[in-house]
Design a protein around this ligand. Structure first.
Ligand code: APR
Length: 170
């Protein structure tokens, strides 16, 4: 049974211990997957997020899942792509690692990720997919407590890049 899977789907519909939100530093919602998660979770999610007072890029904070099927939401602001010379790759790596560390600390055995930073934040998919898959695989090697991680891709083009990265890295 592979511990990292790539699927096509809507992350707000996944019944797992934690889904990850590609948030912004305010943690007060937005468009894209952030908007979809807040819409599906309901107003209690925003109320809890308000009490978190934001989050730094590359770091992560955890909340309840409220009306979502997922028990928790782990919020992480990804880096905006500015061409690659501003530490964007290391910040994206840090997003995935910080989320998995929080999942371990909170007993979350199943964790679903969206493709962080590859929408509005314009991070190139070829690079982002390799960073994501590589970071997740490295973490899973050291952390048997995480039973399964999935990349939940919203479209075929994104899924193709993650499938390719998984093939290259395993
Ligand atoms: N399920 C899974 N993936 C989704 C969903 C969904 N329901 N909706 C969108 N996505 C995908 C997008 O297609 C993209 O592949 O999530 C990926 C990340 O795109 P964005 O949501 O635009 O996130 P990001 O690029 O990290 O930009 C974050 O956008 O929404 C705002 O508040 C957010 O300011 C922050 C910025």
């Amino acid at each position: 049974m592979a511990r990292l899977e790539i699927i096509l789907g809507d992350i707000t519909r996944q019944d797992v211990d934690a889904i990850v939100n590609a948030a912004n530093c305010s943690l007060l919602g937005g468009g894209g997957v952030d908007g979809a998660i807040h819409r599906a979770a309901g107003p209690e999610l925003l109320a809890e997020c308000r009490r978190l007072h934001g989050c730094e890029t590359g770091k992560a904070k955890i909340t309840g899942g409220y009306r979502l099927p997922a028990r928790h939401v782990i919020h992480t602001p990804g880096p905006v792509w500015h061409g690659g010379g501003y530490g964007e790759e290391e910040l994206l790596r840090s997003c995935y690692r910080s989320c998995l560390e929080l999942a371990s600390e909170n007993g979350c055995e199943t964790v679903d990720f969206p493709s962080i930073s590859t929408g509005v934040y314009r991070f190139p998919l070829d690079k982002a997919s390799r960073i994501a898959v590589g970071t997740i695989l490295d973490y899973l090697e050291e952390h048997p407590e995480i039973r399964r991680v999935r990349m939940v891709c919203f479209d075929e083009r994104t899924k193709a890049w993650y499938d390719r990265a998984l093939e290259e890295l395993t």
